[in-house]
Write a protein that binds this ligand. Structure first.
Ligand SMILES: [Ca+2]
Ligand SMILES: [Ca+2]
Ligand SMILES: [Ca+2]
Ligand SMILES: [Ca+2]
Length: 182
């Protein structure tokens, strides 16, 4: 089946099931403004558009950090002193919570450890300390230091049969490569 869609402007698209109905939705984020949208789908090829306000200058990551039915959106800006999570909920009535975080990172989502919830790894390539945020079912977070100390590029994948994710750290040229298993 094919549907023709016409969407103008410059959006960044993120796919996540933010209403927790088992089908992926599309987040349309304008990086420079708060005029954003989420398209919810019932699986029939039709989308329902709802307004969403993601502040300018924020990077958006998708993951299910509290392990409920709905995916969540993690918002990060290098100039902010906190990270924000928009917790997914029915009809995309997202619940916002902020968590203290300072530093300049290239964050990514990985299910490490394999416990039914996604974690966020705050990667600071080079010298800076990395951090590792693990949420609980009650949406409290534990953020600890994690050290790699290199400039490798991370690639996340479900590499092992045991479940959860592994992280392949690729170093260009003569840099060492690493793989983190679980
Ligand atoms: Ca959905
Ligand atoms: Ca925006
Ligand atoms: Ca969730
Ligand atoms: Ca996990």
């Amino acid at each position: 089946m094919k549907s023709v869609l016409v969407v103008g402007d410059n959006f960044q698209l993120i796919v996540a099931d933010v209403d927790g109905n088992g089908r992926d939705d599309v987040i349309w984020n304008r990086p420079a403004t708060t005029s954003d949208y989420v398209w919810l789908t019932d699986g029939s090829g039709r989308f329902i558009s709802r307004k969403l306000a993601i502040p300018a200058g924020y990077q958006v990551l998708a993951g299910n950090v509290d392990g409920d039915a709905a995916d969540d959106l993690i918002l990060y800006s290098r100039t902010a002193s906190s990270a924000t999570v928009l917790f997914g909920a029915g009809w995309a009535e997202l619940v916002e919570r902020s968590y203290p975080l300072s530093g300049s990172y290239q964050p990514f989502v990985a299910d490490v450890p394999n416990n039914g919830r996604d974690e966020v790894y705050w990667y600071a390539p080079g010298g800076g300390p990395d951090r590792w945020s693990r949420w609980s079912f009650d949406r409290s977070v534990l953020t600890t230091d994690a050290g790699l100390g290199g400039t490798q590029q991370p690639v996340v994948g479900a590499f092992s049969t045991g479940g959860g994710d592994g992280i392949l750290w690729y170093g260009t040229g003569t840099l060492s490569d690493w793989i983190w298993w679980q």
